[in-house]
Design a protein around this ligand. Structure first.
Ligand SMILES: NC(=O)c1ccc[n+]([C@@H]2O[C@H](COP(=O)([O-])OP(=O)(O)OC[C@H]3O[C@@H](n4cnc5c(N)ncnc54)[C@H](OP(=O)(O)O)[C@@H]3O)[C@@H](O)[C@H]2O)c1
Length: 308
């Protein structure tokens, strides 16, 4: 296929990843953003019609129901958005011979392993959100088209609601902040996810052009699930401490900021249980596509520079 014919639909508009993908994919081909208010993922027929009308060569689903605690009381809505909608997108992609890319989560695992999870490790979600995302993975696989599912973790960035933004606000307001110290994972910058996805699309597009085949066909036996997180890992407490370090570097004295107190998860009960080990091994992604995300600590500094 000719590179100029590449038509990419990004589902999602103002979400952390959706917004970055909309910015970072510019120049890749024709980028079309599909999101609320015109398209609601709860209206699956409307979503299908829109995809049929656009006839993309790639669908990137950056939308999801991500309110982890709220999902406990809204399992039907979470499942519709995180499972039925991606399954419908995968079906439409298959009909159009398009590539389908979507994202999943570390919360498909129960976190009981002592080592970083591999794609082949057994899943056992602890909460409704994780179960709805797992159901989405399985539904997309069952469609049997050409798809990539990137499981990521602890997504944050300069925009949107996330841990970084919450800590920045609270350290300036409170004398003390208690932060969980027994959940380990990789904070992953939404922009790094968008850039890694772009690199993969570029590789596939180059091959599609040189072999004169569809971008979907270039995937071959590389279709499947991949872990895609920042390099390294840290606890939520460690992440908060690094944020405070970055604030101090920018001239604010520690005495003006909340004191951080590490606590176990048992002292911070939430409606949805979370895994203690959220670490994902990214080797499969590196071997298949030669793509690695920067270290979480490096990306945190970049986001803080952007925030000024
Ligand atoms: N956030 C995390 O910590 C995290 C961790 C692991 C995996 N992930 C996965 O990473 C991906 C990106 O997450 P994110 O952090 O970028 O999510 P986010 O910031 O919460 O954004 C969610 C996006 O989904 C859209 N959306 C939600 N319900 C919708 C509906 N009914 N109809 C249409 N659009 C709808 C939102 O639209 P509006 O802009 O209109 O609100 C928004 O664009 C998701 O697959 C998520 O499951 C996230």
């Amino acid at each position: 296929m000719n590179r100029a014919d590449l038509k990419i639909v990004i589902v999602g508009r103002n979400g952390q990843l959706a917004w970055e993908a909309n910015q970072r994919f510019q120049g890749l081909g024709r980028i079309i953003c599909v999101g609320r208010p015109e398209i609601d993922l709860l209206d699956i027929n409307g979503l299908r019609e829109e995809i049929r009308r656009i006839r993309p060569s790639i669908i990137v689903n950056a939308a999801a129901y991500t309110a982890v605690d709220q999902a406990q009381s809204e399992p039907e809505v979470a499942t519709k958005i995180n499972s039925e909608a991606p399954a419908a997108m995968a079906e439409e992609a298959k009909r159009l011979d398009a590539l389908f890319i979507t994202y999943s989560t570390d919360y498909v695992f129960d976190g009981k392993s002592a080592t970083p999870y591999r794609e082949s490790d057994p899943t056992a979600p602890l909460n409704v959100y994780g179960a709805s995302k797992l159901s989405g993975e399985q539904a997309v696989e069952a469609v049997g088209g050409n798809y990539l599912i990137f499981r990521t973790s602890w997504v944050y960035g300069a925009r949107g609601k996330n841990f970084l933004k919450t800590i920045l606000k609270l350290v300036a307001e409170r004398p003390e902040l208690k932060i969980v110290n027994d959940q380990m994972g990789a904070p992953t910058w939404s922009r790094d996810l968008a850039d890694a996805t772009r690199k993969i699309i570029e590789q596939l597009a180059a091959r599609a052009e040189s072999e004169n085949i569809s971008i979907s066909e270039t995937l071959g036996d590389r279709r499947g699930i991949y872990h895609m997180t920042s390099a390294g890992s840290v606890s939520w407490y460690g992440f908060a401490a690094a944020i405070v370090e970055e604030i101090e570097k920018r001239g604010l004295s520690k005495s003006a900021l909340a004191e951080l107190v590490p606590i176990p998860s048992s002292e911070y009960p939430t409606p949805a249980a979370r895994p203690h080990n959220s670490r994902l091994c990214n080797e499969k992604l590196k071997n298949a596509f030669g793509v690695m995300l920067p270290a979480w600590r490096e990306s945190l500094a970049s986001v803080m520079n952007e925030l000024g």
